[in-house]
Design a binder for this molecule. Structure first.
Ligand code: AMP
Ligand code: FE
Ligand code: FE
Ligand code: ZN
Length: 281
């Protein structure tokens, strides 16, 4: 029974529509998946219809952009109420500022490169959460870089002169909000240090005190020795440990189901969250 709880669609920066993501998941032999677009539940309805048709179990979710003292933290939130006012206010604020930030990054680039906001919009799906991957797609289409990967290594890197951060709420606050909204918060790729600073184990312990339910241990961006550290921390703090692909379609090398979550862990996530929100075939 294969379980992959971290997938992106065109509702954020993935390249497959929500229905296509479900089809790819079914073709890969997955039994249960979660759709976790950045700061958005916009793909849930389409994914739910497709999942039922394909015989997949779906946990609606999102990957919420947060920070601790300016260091970026991604929180996977499963089975929460998408209409919860507090959470919706935060994700809406983030999504709005992501557009503004992307426009300002394009403005910065336009001093040196022949790129406009209209070039970017061609690559942003309806209702998509805008991110640097969409800027990367425009740069690829304009022939300025060969791939999203190359764009992130150069023009879009966090140390590039064109880079700007976007608004994101405090992680501890979001953990509390997700729990209050009937959801289950799991910290995504806690040791992904290739593209920016990461928070300390003490910071993770504080999130656990606030209600964090688990750590995404098996993820390609956590090095093997870090996974061991995370497993020990999870034991100490009584946290669940998950594994997921972070599939983005053709936007990233991550292959669907390349990491998976154990069925016992899935059961506990469902038991902690609003179980009625699980979409079953
Ligand atoms: P942003 O949230 O706009 O700052 O952009 C970060 C997003 O870009 C993350 O959600 C990743 O999914 C994506 N990303 C990061 N590095 C790469 C890469 N090398 N290739 C493709 N996508 C990437
Ligand atoms: Fe992404
Ligand atoms: Fe992430
Ligand atoms: Zn992700």
């Amino acid at each position: 029974m294969l379980i992959d709880l971290h997938l992106h669609s065109t509702a954020s920066d993935g390249t497959d529509t929500p229905a296509e993501v479900m089809a790819v998941a079914a073709a890969a032999g997955l039994h249960t998946v979660a759709l976790t677009d950045h700061d958005s539940a916009a793909g849930w309805a389409e994914a739910s219809v497709a999942a039922r048709q394909l015989g997949l179990t779906l946990l609606p979710g999102a990957e919420i952009s947060c920070q601790i003292g300016g260091i970026g933290v991604h929180l996977l939130a499963y089975l929460y109420d998408p209409e919860n006012a507090a959470l919706l206010a935060e994700t809406t604020r983030t999504r709005r500022d992501r557009v503004d930030r992307a426009r300002r990054m394009v403005q910065r680039m336009s001093h040196d490169l022949d790129i406009t906001w209209a070039d970017v919009l061609e690559h942003v799906g309806p209702a998509a959460t805008v991110g640097r991957p969409h800027l990367a797609d425009a740069l690829v289409a304009l022939g300025m870089v060969r791939s999203r990967d190359e764009a992130f290594d150069t023009l879009l890197h966090s140390r590039s002169p064109y880079y700007l951060p976007h608004y994101s709420p405090e992680a501890e606050q979001v953990v509390r909000m997700v729990v209050a909204a009937g959801g289950v918060p799991v910290m995504a790729h806690p040791r992904a240090d290739k593209r920016g600073r990461i928070v300390s184990l003490a910071d993770i312990a504080d999130l656990a005190t606030a209600g964090l339910a688990g750590l995404e241990v098996d993820h390609r961006d956590n090095a093997e020795e870090d996974r061991q550290v995370l497993r020990e921390l999870a034991r100490d703090l009584d946290l669940l440990t998950t594994g997921s692909s972070d599939y983005h379609g053709t936007g990233k090398d991550n292959r669907i189901a390349e990491n998976t979550t154990r069925p016992e862990v899935l059961e506990q996530i469902v038991a902690l969250g609003t179980a009625e929100r699980v979409v079953r075939p």
